[in-house]
Design a protein around this ligand. Structure first.
Ligand code: PLP
Length: 218
């Protein structure tokens, strides 16, 4: 069930800070998503391709879907017809695949480059060097259908709040660096960081878009 009070409180807090909300609905039922939709929410995130496809077909067509999970190149074609934002671009090859598939659909998809900021080895994303290498070596201004609009990262799952803060701060600095060294002249507007357990810290460190799931449900 949707925790309506929690949702309303979060929306209020985020709107005060000018931060966007992706409601993460992985493993949640159609009825639960519809309930959030009926409260006026339109931006939803899923992390598995098949689950996203099933839900997208059954739910209202004006939902803005964000794909937040690890994405294999051979699956881009399934979500390209409708997905608004892909959060976890971790290679130039994946970005080129999105460019190709979005072009075929005659649409643009916003893309976030995922950086591995956590200490855990099981979180995806590019190292700082891979990110900066991609940024310096590829001509991102040539992409017209895969629009790079920012960065995404996930902090370590830990009780150590200072550890989390330092990881978000690091991502925020990378984001600022790219904005200052933006030879591609692309609009870098989105810093996607923060989940149920750490979104307040993420906002303090400059997040513009949080991805919150479990907090919204009971
Ligand atoms: C599941 C998930 C979230 C939301 O996590 P919660 O702790 O439920 O808020 C955010 N981002 C990604 C990439 C996820 O997979």
């Amino acid at each position: 069930m949707v925790n309506v009070a929690q949702y309303n409180a979060l929306k209020q807090q985020l709107s005060n800070d000018g931060v966007g909300l992706v409601a993460v609905t992985k493993l949640r039922s159609i009825a639960e998503i519809q309930a959030l939709y009926d409260l006026g929410h339109r931006v939803f995130g899923e992390n598995r391709v098949q689950e996203l496809l099933d839900k997208q077909q059954q739910l209202p067509q004006d939902i803005e879907w964000h794909f937040i999970g690890h994405l294999q190149r051979n699956k881009v074609k399934y979500i390209a017809p409708f997905v608004a934002v892909i959060h976890a671009i971790d290679s130039w090859e994946l970005l080129q695949t999105v460019e190709r598939e979005a072009t075929k659909c005659g649409r643009a998809i916003n893309c976030l480059l995922q950086v591995h900021i956590a200490q855990e080895s099981n979180k995806f994303g590019m190292t700082d060097d891979e990110l900066l290498g991609l940024w310096e070596q590829q001509d991102l201004s040539k992409l017209s259908a895969a629009r790079v609009v920012g960065l995404m990262g996930m902090a370590t799952f830990t009780e150590d709040l200072e550890q989390i803060r330092s990881e978000f701060r690091h991502l925020s600095r990378l984001f600022a660096y790219l904005q200052q060294h933006n030879m591609h002249q692309i609009p870098l507007s989105t810093l996607s960081m923060g989940m149920s357990g750490d979104y307040s810290i993420a906002i303090e460190e400059g997040s513009t878009l949080v991805r919150v799931g479990s907090l919204l449900f009971e």
